[in-house]
Write a protein that binds this ligand. Sequence first.
Ligand code: 3HC
Length: 306
Amino acid sequence: MAFFTHQRRSFSSSALRNVVIKQVTIIGGGQMGTGIAQVAASTGHTVTLVDTNDDILKKAVKRIEGSLKRVVKKKYADKPEAGEEYIQKVLQNVSTSTDAGSAAQVSDLVLESIVENLKIKQDLFCQLDEAAPAHTLFASNTSFLPISDIASATNRLDRFGGLHFFNPVPMMKLVEVIGTPTTSQETFDSLLNFSKALGKTPVCCKDTPGFIVNRLLLPYIKDSVLLHERGHGSKEDIDIAMKLGLGHPMGPFELCDYVGLDIMKSMVDRWLAMEPKPPFAESENLNKLVAEGKLGIKTGEGFYKK
Ligand code: 3HC
């Protein structure tokens, strides 16, 4: 548990024994996985992005390219050719595969960002545990599932931690680095150093529900939804209030649509399952929208219709 007691120390004492992460496998070509792949490739890491079929992977690479174009539009505003060169250089660092096992065989880190289902994550890591070399670190980008539960499917409990990124990954500076009681100090330090190498600011988290950000975000989102359901404020007014009153870049309903209502609901459900008396009630409105497939920006409609 040492990493929880000296979070701000220099890393030099254990740096020699740390895994220096250069080769990264990212499992999951969705919004988060592609964002992480983009940032890792942009910072000189060799990335293999893995998903179940080539169609998804083609779309994922297109998404990375689109996001890189947005980056270079600002960064290379006066030098479009240098911008195009930069994009190609970054893309050269990204390869794709439908074979997670082969990718893991040559990786320093395997990071999953797949569906929020404990059993599926456990099965994935159980298989990869066989394939990956001993030095390879495993990490999950789960929003809410306990890292210890995911890691329990493997024999590398000391080399397993959490790396929780925020959407949109290329823009959001934070990474939550999560250590379980069995994560070794060297693994934790390697994950911290990797987050810094990505140009992010890491914070140290315990393996508690929602870590730091989602633990605080969820009650806020739920209260916003319930405030609206009780008729105490329109969605628009609540969003405006939180943006102009507290300087949030998005209001709670805009943020729900942005992150995805299915993701929000999965976190709420998980919390309800864990706590017999959660600090909030279930939202009929959120459940109804998810049941109707209205998941936010990704389906064209959530709380708002685009
Ligand atoms: N890739 C690259 N560049 C991007 C980008 C992306 N995905 N998104 C935004 N940008 C850059 C571009 O330069 C863009 O300019 P452009 O539109 O001309 O290309 C510029 O930022 C401005 O973007 P926007 O005009 O879309 O709007 P904003 O200035 O409002 O910025 C935002 C967008 C950064 C998303 C901002 O609204 C924001 O910070 N929102 C809050 C996001 C947030 O809270 N995220 C955390 C969610 S919780 C989570 O992820 C945890 C999980 O477990 C649930």
